[in-house]
Design a protein around this ligand. Structure first.
Ligand code: DP6
Length: 338
């Protein structure tokens, strides 16, 4: 097989997601097999667009993110290059011409990165889709989800669209994501309250390694399968109150684990608490909305279309909120025309 006539460049737009049931802890660090399955919603509006071009004249891999050239020895660049090497390895196995060429990667996010908004999920998914296409690999959605997973757990889910379940699996081939409901199944909105733009001090990758040190981790694992079933049932029934209550409880359980890990991870900022209290207040006034937070300080507030404007206004008016971003349920990654 050869790929002489295939374009060596591809550009992909991938959306981030918000986990309703969180992925926390890995049973296999190298393969990135999670301790438990997770469920998320893709977020159209929190997107990464990445171009990957392979070329025989390139002397090394090059990476630019949000207009800045990233130093090739930085942790960020090394993670990208490791993934490019994985993809080059697959191309070599398939006997594709130019499998060993260096790549130029240019990536742009529509939202602040490294602040707890899963930019590694959308970023690594876009990288996987674009690099695989540019190098000439023909992979199924399942294969792309498995490949994305090895770069970032969240990317395993971002590789598919709509309402997503990541099956934890015991082997690399059985740990992948699938769409459980398509994006048009239910119109949910996510208003993201940005309370800080600074890079979070602990990455999720580091945090995962201490998950098991919390005394609550074992209890979480006992109940998580049932929680996943419940969340899927509430989505199927479009029962927003039950879904929102479960999602908030899950967020608080997840942060209880962070707080009681060794070393403890205290990630919230004063603005995080201000948003939580406003969400609780809005609910007493009949405005249905629920919060959830990943490993960071910025807050996702889930609501229904009829409350979107009110929720956004209330959150924007808070003294510690710097910006609000609105997302709808997103689809699968898209190849863009050059
Ligand atoms: C709290 O996917 O960022 O957001 O696999 O090391 O890249 P790596 O970790 P990452 O972890 C995400 C953790 C979370 C929960 C979630 O999104 O499920």
């Amino acid at each position: 097989m050869n790929n002489k006539n295939v374009s060596r460049k591809s550009t992909v737009k991938a959306s981030s997601d918000i986990a309703l049931i969180k992925y926390w802890g890995k049973k296999d660090e190298v393969l990135r097999l999670p301790e438990n399955g997770s469920v998320s919603i893709k977020l159209d509006g929190l997107d990464t667009v990445t171009s990957v071009e392979f070329g025989k004249d390139f002397k090394s891999d090059e990476l630019s993110i949000d207009g800045k050239n990233i130093e090739i020895n930085s942790i960020e660049a090394k993670r990208v290059i490791k993934h490019l090497d994985r993809i080059r390895g697959l191309a070599k196995e398939k006997g594709l011409v130019g499998y060993n060429q260096f790549a130029k990667v240019v990536s742009k996010n529509s939202f602040p990165k490294s602040t707890g908004l899963s930019s590694s999920g959308s970023g690594m998914t876009a990288l996987t889709y674009a690099a695989a296409k540019a190098i000439g690999l023909e992979l199924s959605e399942k294969e792309l989800s498995i490949l994305s997973r090895q770069a970032s757990g969240t990317a395993c889910r971002c590789a598919v669209g709509g309402f997503v379940e990541w099956l934890d699996g015991d082997t690399s081939d059985t740990s992948y994501s699938k769409t459980i409901f398509k994006k048009d199944y239910w119109d949910i909105r996510d208003i993201v309250a940005v309370v800080d733009y600074g890079k979070k001090k602990i990455s999720s990758t580091e945090g995962h390694t201490t998950a098991g040190s919390s005394v609550f981790f074992e209890i979480r694992q006992k109940n998580i399968k049932q929680k996943i079933e419940d969340v899927k049932k509430f989505i199927e029934k479009k029962d927003f109150s039950s879904l929102g209550s479960l999602v908030e409880a899950e967020c608080l359980e997840f942060h209880s684990i962070l707080l009681t890990s060794n070393p403890p991870l205290v990630l919230w900022y004063p603005g995080t608490m201000q948003v939580i209290q406003e969400v609780q207040k809005m609910r007493t006034e009949g405005i249905e909305c629920y919060f959830t937070i990943n490993t960071g300080f910025n807050v996702h507030v889930l609501t229904l279309p009829e409350f979107e404007k009110q929720v956004q206004k209330r959150l924007s008016n808070l003294s510690l909120v710097k910006e609000t971003l609105v997302a709808k349920v997103g689809g699968k990654p898209e190849y863009l025309k050059e």
